[in-house]
Write a protein that binds this ligand. Structure first.
Ligand code: C5P
Length: 221
């Protein structure tokens, strides 16, 4: 059968970490470099897709032929995705979105006092799960970054979020975050495939080829 292509399709990609402000000078974030998401955006653009990259703060250069929307918080990222999703054919959630944000953001810098303190946190909204639920015509590709039992966690996460496809990877001090290589375990409805250790750019090309193939299959009915 023919391999799929994303030529002429609109692909929305999230990448990087989010920053959840405590006050004007402090925030909660994570170690995501944004490399995987940027590499996926570049791979989709190389196939001729129109790519909107919705990016948290990263140190990366914008890939050729990609439109970038810069965001900070999970709430900003959610709003930017929903503003772009109506025309999308594919959504790739590669961002490491914060699961919690401070319950309140102080207008002024929080002062220390002598004793210990506690931080109240509120759940953020799950962007990719909202896309899958409210825009079922969009082909969704998510990630599952896990420290243990990665394959089962990826399978379960795909089902729970209602995603077309998920790519699991092992994270931790020795793996993935901030590194230029990675390995992926890809799961979709009716199949699984391992993509062995390679540079994020090489893996992105392989994953986008696999995704384009599945996307074409679902569109062919
Ligand atoms: O639940 P977990 O954070 O492990 O899921 C990871 C996947 O869900 C990634 O594709 C990530 O981009 C996406 N996600 C999201 N919005 C959130 C949390 C995760 O889109 N608030």
């Amino acid at each position: 059968r023919d391999s799929g292509t994303l030529a002429g399709r609109h692909v929305v990609v999230t990448a990087g970490p989010t920053r959840e402000a405590l006050d004007p000078v402090r925030f909660i974030t994570n170690h995501s470099s944004g490399r995987m998401g940027y590499a996926l955006a570049a791979a989709c653009a190389a196939q001729g897709a129109q790519v909107t990259l919705i990016s948290g703060p990263t140190a990366l250069d914008l890939p050729a032929d990609v439109d970038r929307v810069d965001v900070q918080s999970a709430a900003d990222m959610h709003a930017a995705v929903m503003a772009a999703i109506d025309t999308a054919d594919v959504f790739i959630g590669a961002a490491a979105v914060a699961d919690y944000r401070p319950a309140t953001t102080a207008a002024d810098k929080i002062k220390k006092s002598e004793g210990d303190t506690q931080l109240a946190l509120t759940r953020t909204r799950d962007i990719i799960a909202d896309v899958a639920r409210d825009h079922p015509q969009v082909f969704t590709l998510g990630f599952a970054a896990e420290t243990t039992d990665m394959e089962n966690a990826a399978r379960a996460k795909r089902e729970r979020k209602g995603l077309a496809m998920i790519a699991g990877n092992v994270v931790g001090p020795e793996h993935a975050f901030g590194r230029d290589d990675n390995a992926l375990f890809v799961v979709w409805d009716g199949g699984e495939r391992e993509l062995t250790q390679a540079s994020k750019r090489e893996l992105a090309d392989q994953l986008v080829a696999l995704m384009a193939d599945r996307f074409s299959q679902t569109r062919a009915g």
